[in-house]
Design a protein around this ligand. Sequence first.
Ligand code: HXC
Length: 258
Amino acid sequence: MEYTCILVTKPIDGVGVIQINRPAVLNALNLQTMTEIVAALGEFDADTTVRCIVLYGNEKAFAAGADIKEMTGADTVEMMKRDQFAKWEKIRTTKKPIIAAVSGFALGGGCELAMLCDMIVASDTAKFGQPEINIGVMPGAGGTQRLTRAVGKALAMEIALTGRMISAQEALSAGLVNRVVPTNVFFEEALALAKEVASKAPIATMLVKEAVLKSFSSTLEGGLEFERKNFYMLFSTEDQKEGMEAFVEKRKPNWKGR
Ligand code: HXC
């Protein structure tokens, strides 16, 4: 697929990189951008040389939301026909871990896209928010659900009801992001974290992601059962033997992804 709204980098050290590239509109997420992100993630998921993915924008904006100009004239039926959330569902089911590197604005759909990733590295100038209330709508791609799970009811209500943006530091204190780093190295820091993830046993990595996400949709009992099955499953991989033998032999493991 030819990309016009994103830039995709050839994987290096097991990390695939996707950059949202609509700087003139603060990386507003139009339908084409979402289609391309889904396609690029699909390619990385199928590529055995990729073990972790970084998604980022630029210093000024991760993404300032869904493209408002594309939605202004739409009615309910039109919005339902677009079925844009099918794309978001595809992102949710990406098997490999995705790290969002966020600098500047992560608003509305941009904040939701960052939360759909598995970890967030934020620059000290990052601003997170769900300002949909200011344009007469509300979050539609998980904002009321994922934000509440991440930061708790009180702050999620405030963010979604007032449209107030929170700073990177506030996002860190609230548990929304993993770390806050200087703006000039936000991408490099995310890349370093991604390389660390990419250096681990690939199948175990995917099963960890799957099991952690399961905790959002299961009872504790169901989640524990799911975790246990994934744990047992890893004992039929070559990497389990290699990892444990390497520990005993005091050497670095050589992962095969099998
Ligand atoms: C379309 C956008 C945009 C958006 C910015 N732009 N955000 N275009 N959709 N979400 C465009 C502006 O129109 C402008 O284009 C250019 O980007 C620069 O923006 P400015 O407003 O001039 O920049 P600034 O004054 O620095 O203000 C930055 C800002 C503001 C605070 C982020 O742009 C803003 O409030 N944007 C909208 C944020 C928002 O409401 N997001 C939620 C969208 S709804 P021109 O051509 O004028 O230069 C949503 C629902 C998700 O996300 C549902 C699930 C998919």
